[in-house]
Structure formats: structure tokens, C-alpha cells
Design a binder for this molecule. Structure first.
Ligand code: SF4
Length: 163
């Protein structure tokens, strides 16, 4: 039984996340499988993929991210609707993976805040779904109504140079 407004809003957010896939390489293939009929991410209320940052609240980063793409990723993140969550899918997005080279970003948390990391190279669809369910839990139970007004959140964004 929902008794508080923030719990009600959390429940609605949890079951209507709009994902923005940011897929650059092989982990993106696992995402396609996650969205297809067998694993069917739509069961969680999120069949509506958005390719517009302004109409999405869960950024799923999948694949190797070159350092040159860092500013693009940050721009995409800053254009997303609040509250927004970030899922780093796979070893490359989480830490650079096997590509410890001059040109590869060693984890997207160098340029944007990450909420949940999904391990694996590539992670199986079940692991991606598990990561999504962790985001759902954050959205439902741990997200204040207006996170953007929290000093800690503003501090975090300032650390990344995001306004
Ligand atoms: S984590 Fe592995 S599967 Fe995923 S993008 Fe990197 S190399 Fe490819």
C-alpha cells in the first residue's frame, strides 16, 4: 500500500523508465538480444526506447568509448530529463575493459556519474536485466522527489563540470 507521494512517484518512475541506448560496439549486440522477444525488456515497462536524450531518463552505455567521444557522452547526459540514471553495461563502459590504450576512456565515470555497473565482456542479457532492475530499485526506493535540488547531487555534477 502506497502511503506517501514520493513512494507513489517512485513506483511510477520505476515502471516507466525510458532507456536511451548509447551503443558503440559488441555489448550493443547483447542489448539487442535483451530487447528482443526472448528476454523482452518491455516486461519491465520500458519498451519505449528513446533516441532523444530529452525524452529519456535511463542512459545505457554499451561498448568501448573512445576519449574523443567523452564530451559527446557528457553532452547527451546533460540533455536528459531529470531524474536520470546511468547504467554502464560491460567491462569497456565500466573500466575500458581490455582496451587499456591511449585512445580509450577508462570507464565512463571519468565523464559522467554512473549509478549501476554491469560486469562482463559481454554481459549476458540476464545480467543487463539485473542491472536495469537495480536502477528500478534506485528509482523506486532511493530517489528523492527532486534530486536536482539536493546539495550533494549538485556537488556531484559540479565535480564533472556539468551544469
Ligand atoms: S566489454 Fe567486451 S563485449 Fe563489451 S564492448 Fe567491450 S570488448 Fe566488446
Amino acid at each position: 500500500m502506497t502511503t506517501r507521494l514520493d513512494q507513489l512517484v517512485g513506483l511510477a518512475r520505476k515502471n516507466s523508465l525510458w532507456p536511451l541506448p548509447f551503443a558503440t560496439s559488441c555489448c550493443g549486440i547483447e542489448f539487442m538480444s535483451t530487447m528482443a522477444a526472448h528476454y523482452d525488456l518491455a516486461r519491465f515497462g520500458m519498451e519505449r526506447l528513446s533516441f532523444s536524450p530529452r525524452q529519456s531518463d535511463m542512459l545505457m552505455v554499451m561498448g568501448t568509448i573512445a576519449k574523443k567521444m567523452g564530451p559527446v557522452l557528457q553532452e547527451v547526459y546533460s540533455q536528459m530529463a531529470e531524474p536520470r540514471w546511468v547504467l554502464a553495461v560491460g567491462a569497456c563502459a565500466s573500466s575500458g575493459g581490455i582496451f587499456d590504450t591511449y585512445s580509450v576512456l577508462q570507464g565512463i565515470d571519468k565523464v559522467i556519474p554512473v549509478d549501476v555497473y554491469v560486469p562482463g565482456c559481454p554481459p549476458r542479457p540476464e545480467q543487463i536485466i539485473d542491472g536495469v532492475m537495480k536502477i528500478q530499485e534506485l528509482a523506486h526506493k532511493h530517489e528523492p522527489l527532486r534530486r536536482r535540488n539536493l546539495p550533494e547531487y549538485q556537488e556531484l555534477l559540479a565535480k564533472y563540470g556539468i551544469e
